[in-house]
Ligand binder design. Structure first.
Ligand code: HEM
Length: 116
């Protein structure tokens, strides 16, 4: 499940950066960013929950919830509750922080479960 989450996040980065730089004009393709966003938020909630073989880790909890925060921010942009370039940049930053946190949590889980 973690690998699916990581792949989905990288597709999301590509779509987001592509849109930001005007490379994704097709609305159908762009709307994937919203549906994929929901998938990402659900996957991270499921995949990064407490694990019997891992010690509780606040950074893992941050990785679990940051995509949801990014999604809620994005949905507020979509509903025109958050407007303007600065709001979009904050959203992009939240998205990139999500990628970093999920990468860290995935690597840490892999190491711990391999017994290293
Ligand atoms: C957890 C990851 C992410 C989620 C859940 C997410 C979700 C969303 C949602 C729901 C919207 C509103 C859609 C709309 O206005 O049509 C949005 C807009 C946007 N997202 Fe993301 N996003 C994520 C990551 C990213 C990343 C990493 C980037 C770029 C680095 C990015 C760039 C953008 C841009 C530029 C917009 C606004 C585009 C526009 O208004 O034309 N997103 N995102």
């Amino acid at each position: 499940m973690l690998i699916a989450l990581r792949i989905a996040l990288y597709i999301q980065v590509l779509l987001g950066l592509g849109r930001f730089f005007g490379l994704v004009p097709n609305q159908r393709i762009w709307e994937t960013h919203i549906s994929l966003g929901v998938v990402i938020a659900v996957l991270s909630l499921l995949a990064l929950g407490p694990h019997p073989r891992l010690r509780p880790d606040p950074m893992r909890t941050a990785a679990r919830f940051m995509p949801l925060v990014t999604l809620l921010w994005g949905l507020a942009m979509w509903q025109d509750l958050l407007v303007g370039q600065t709001m979009t940049m904050i959203h992009m930053l939240l998205g990139l922080i999500s990628v970093g946190l999920v990468e860290r949590a995935a690597a840490q889980q892999k190491r711990a479960l391999a017994g290293r």
